[in-house]
Design a binder for this molecule. Sequence first.
Ligand code: UDP
Ligand code: MG
Length: 161
Amino acid sequence: MATALKQPIIKQLTLALLKPDICADAALPPKIYQALNAKNLDIVQQRQVLWTEEDAGSFYAEHKGKFFYQRLCGYMTSGPFQALILSSPNAIKEWRALIGPTHPVRARIHQPTTLRALYGLTDTRNSFHGSDSDETAKNEIGLFFPEFDVDAWHRNNNSNN
Ligand code: UDP
Ligand code: MG
């Protein structure tokens, strides 16, 4: 009897943030979880975070000196927010596609069904973050979930068996 070849499904991890404006309204996070579910983006770990100025500055160090940097750090320290590790076969691109363009006004014009189009308030208060590569995902996951072993997770979840 022929046995069907089992194709391995390689899963990727990404780091998502539901920024303070989303977490300030208890009605919003459940809507985001529904959107994740609809795209088969699984929540692997989740925690609430409250940042100091120093935390915000080190996460957004690449933007230091830009005109929006102070506003960005003020926003990200304005209240608690959620950090999530997401997984799916193409999690990094899938999550960034779901949240849409950085600027909510552009998102509303060009990609009106994305989460930033639906929930984003301003260029700074744009409600979501998503890692932009495997390397940044690993670093960002390490920052928010220091006890989470990314390599071990891949070994346990991406085997061919
Ligand atoms: N940001 C801003 N004004 C801008 C561009 C970015 O306030 O013109 C903020 C916004 O909150 C964004 C964050 O800085 O999410 C990081 O910017 P980046 O260009 O990395 O955008 P992202 O990767 O979040 O889409
Ligand atoms: Mg970015």
